[in-house]
Design a protein around this ligand. Structure first.
Ligand SMILES: NC(=O)c1ccc[n+]([C@@H]2O[C@H](COP(=O)([O-])OP(=O)(O)OC[C@H]3O[C@@H](n4cnc5c(N)ncnc54)[C@H](O)[C@@H]3O)[C@@H](O)[C@H]2O)c1
Ligand SMILES: O=c1ccn([C@@H]2O[C@H](COP(=O)(O)OP(=O)(O)O[C@H]3O[C@H](CO)[C@@H](O)[C@H](O)[C@H]3O)[C@@H](O)[C@H]2O)c(=O)[nH]1
Length: 441
């Protein structure tokens, strides 16, 4: 089938690449010429495992193309995906300007039947706004053309995006038009073979499902983070508690890891947006307000431990930081807790030596105003050299089994503050290191 994807970020590029892998002819559009230039030159503008190979294979096969030409993009696909950003507005609601503008571009140019599929995360009722925007543009052109609007929220995780798209737990499609449903079924059939995991529902329920999923996951994380503080207070080990509850299939093991707070481009903004929707509906959510508040506090948990150990004044001290991205296997720094941690240490007079396998360039861009206190290290080992103590912020695999002897020899105070509970306390302490983890004795 001919498919256009509007917006070539994390979601749009993965969607376009994976759809082309199944034989579709996909044209990806972006308004950012720098992104399209990188893609046309054979690269990809983000770090996402496995994505470059899929992109290159399908570009070579002539099934995947990139453009900044809106006319070309709208003319191309019968199915038009909208995968543009929906960043938070000042009041927490999702800013729909990019979605509506993409919808208008389609309405301004279409000459035949289109299925317009919203893949961006959008509040309930956005489908109606997309419909109205297209109808309005057609009316301005004095044209009556048939079109359908669908909601198809995306559930991929960064760092595992290709795998998540190729083998989805479910594909949610909000649609009312029979022809659109048939086309969406055909498009997704290769991804849900053997067990049909496509769920067709009304558009509002599909839009709502996306926020409900992210809010549920964020709630689990904040709940565990809150419990981890209580565990410390009462002398329990949250890691044993996590295993103890996760083994109950009604609870399950996923997303129970305490840490330095959730970050990324989705949970923070989506929890805020759902809270705003709730408040606007006259049903303010006490749970979501608490989820957010606990998360804000949690970003300071490592800094609080540092302050308890060293005092408020950290001048003259240097801390090594392992991991900057909001999670492993990505260079995405959006809402990364590392930024809060680094700024809080610097505000108390410290310097930092930071290492991340892929996110360093993006991190430097975000820390440009404090760059003189931020030293970039070329390896995990180099970061700890000459530092007083180490803070572990992101659980990259290469941090999981470090050379503890080297760590003990490199850190002046031999102290590790672990924001991801990577090590067995007894083991790391046996190397003479002082160890502070989250919710662990
Ligand atoms: N990143 C994720 O893991 C993820 C997962 C699921 C859902 N989502 C949702 O998907 C949406 C996109 O997220 P993302 O992380 O891919 O965003 P992104 O910022 O990485 O990419 C969005 C892209 O859209 C482009 N764009 C904006 N307006 C455009 C227009 N009119 N025409 C063409 N291109 C345009 C931008 O230049 C940008 O490249 C958001 O609503 C997000 O909440 C994201
Ligand atoms: O047990 C856990 C699991 C995650 N996190 C943190 O939660 C954040 C989000 O992690 P993750 O969900 O793995 O990454 P995202 O790429 O943000 O993916 C989420 O957000 C996407 C955008 O909406 C959705 O599509 C995905 O389903 C949803 O998992 C990160 O800061 C993690 O460190 C924890 O602290 N503890």
């Amino acid at each position: 089938m001919k498919v256009t994807v509007i917006g070539t970020g994390y979601v749009g590029l993965v969607t376009g690449a994976c759809l082309s892998e199944m034989g579709n002819h996909v044209l990806c559009l972006d308004i950012d010429p720098a992104k399209i230039r990188i893609l046309k030159e054979g690269g990809i503008p983000i770090h996402e495992p496995g994505l470059l190979e899929v992109v290159q294979r399908n570009v070579q096969a002539g099934r995947l193309e990139f453009t900044t030409d809106v006319d070309h993009a709208v003319a191309h696909g019968t199915i038009q995906f909208i995968a543009v950003g929906t960043p938070p507005d000042e009041d927490g609601s999702a800013d729909l300007q990019y979605v509506v503008s993409a919808a208008r571009s389609i309405g301004q140019r279409m000459t035949d039947f289109k299925v317009v599929v919203d893949k961006s995360t959008v509040p309930v009722g956005t489908g109606d706004k997309v419909k109205a925007a297209i109808a309005d543009e057609l009316a301005k052109r004095r044209m009556t053309l048939d079109f359908a609007v669908c909601s198809n929220p995306e559930f991929l995780k960064e760092g595992a995006a290709v795998q998540d798209f190729m083998r989805p737990d479910r594909v949610v499609v909000g649609a009312e038009d029979e022809r659109a449903i048939l086309l969406m079924r055909a498009l997704y059939a290769p991804f849900v073979r053997n067990r049909d995991r496509m769920m067709v529902m009304d558009i509002r329920s599909a839009e709502f499902t996306k926020y409900a999923a992210n809010a549920m996951l964020a709630t689990r994380i904040s709940f565990m983070n809150e419990l981890s503080r209580l565990a410390e207070r009462v002398g329990a080990d949250i890691e044993l508690v996590r295993q103890g509850i996760g083994s109950d299939p009604r609870i399950g093991t996923h997303f129970l890891y305490p840490g330095v707070g959730y970050g990324g481009s989705c949970f923070p903004k989506d929890v805020k947006a759902l809270a705003k929707t709730s408040a606007d509906a006259g049903l303010p959510s006490r749970i979501l307000t608490a989820v957010e508040a606990v998360n804000e506090d949690q970003k300071m948990v490592l800094v609080n431990k540092v302050v308890t150990r060293y005092g408020e004044d950290l001048s003259g001290r240097t801390f090594a930081i392992w991991g900057l991205a909001f999670k492993p296997n990505t260079d995405d720094m959006r809402e990364a807790p590392s930024l809060v941690i680094i700024r809080a240490l610097l505000a108390r007079g410290a310097r930092v030596q930071v290492y991340d396998p892929v996110a360093i360039d993006e991190a430097k861009r975000q820390l440009v105003d404090v760059e003189e206190a931020v030293n970039e290290a070329s390896s995990a080992q180099a970061a700890v050299s000459g530092a007083d103590a180490l803070l572990i912020v992101t659980e990259w695999k290469e941090f999981r089994t470090p050379d503890f002897e080297h760590l003990a020899a490199s850190l002046k105070d031999k102290i590790v503050f672990d924001g991801r509970n990577l090590y067995e306390p007894a083991l790391i302490r046996s190397f003479g290191l002082e160890y502070h983890a989250i919710g662990r004795p």
